[in-house]
Write a protein of this length. Structure first.
Length: 188
């Protein structure tokens, strides 16, 4: 089925080029359990290749291929979570999937793991006082309407991410050293 999809996509071997039919054959291959087809179909849905974009469904197919052990899908699922494409941005999940790909020998995945590790460690090691200071500063700036209780919640991560985007900083949602330093000037 995957081969039929390729032939229809390229219009080869006497088969008429038909992108919609190519996607249909690729979907059938994915549904039959072909993990390479799952990955390819997920990428087509993510990018809008041979049909409309559907990032949420794309992620489900990429995840199925990743869970089936396809290293490229594990890496791509890490990238999806890191960028928040079709799912909420979640650097911890990105780290998990990059790590799985790295364990299988993917060198680029290992570089991503090494890049994310200090960001996650810095965020995880924040004291409640640091978090409370950030909450107060984000509240003054209009990014946070919750309590200044020192809890690093998903809602607070969203507020931090929005602040970071507006500051033209890497929008990780993590309370990293640079973000905490900027917020400390406002939160006291």
């Amino acid at each position: 089925m995957r081969e039929l999809a390729r032939l229809h996509e390229r219009g080869e071997a006497g088969v008429a080029r038909d992108p919609a039919l190519a996607r249909s054959w690729l979907r059938r291959a994915a549904e039959s359990g072909d993990r390479v087809a799952m990955h390819a179909y997920g990428l087509e849905l993510m990018n809008g290749t041979n049909g409309p974009r559907d990032p949420a469904v794309a992620v489900s197919w990429i995840r199925r291929a990743a869970e089936a052990g396809l290293v490229g899908s594990q890496f791509n699922l890490g990238a999806v979570y890191e960028r928040g494409m079709g799912v909420p941005q979640d650097l911890r999940q990105a780290y998990v999937w990059y790590s799985r790909a790295a364990e299988s020998g993917d060198g680029e995945a290992l570089r991503q793991v090494e890049r994310l590790r200090p960001l996650l460690a810095a965020s995880a090691s924040r004291s409640p006082e640091d978090v409370r200071l950030a909450q107060k500063a984000l509240s003054r700036l209009g990014y946070w309407s919750g309590p200044a209780d020192g809890a690093l919640t998903p809602q607070l991560r969203s507020a931090i991410e929005a602040y970071q985007k507006d500051q033209k900083s890497p929008a990780t949602g993590l309370l990293d050293d640079a973000t905490l330093k900027r917020l400390a000037m406002l939160g006291r």
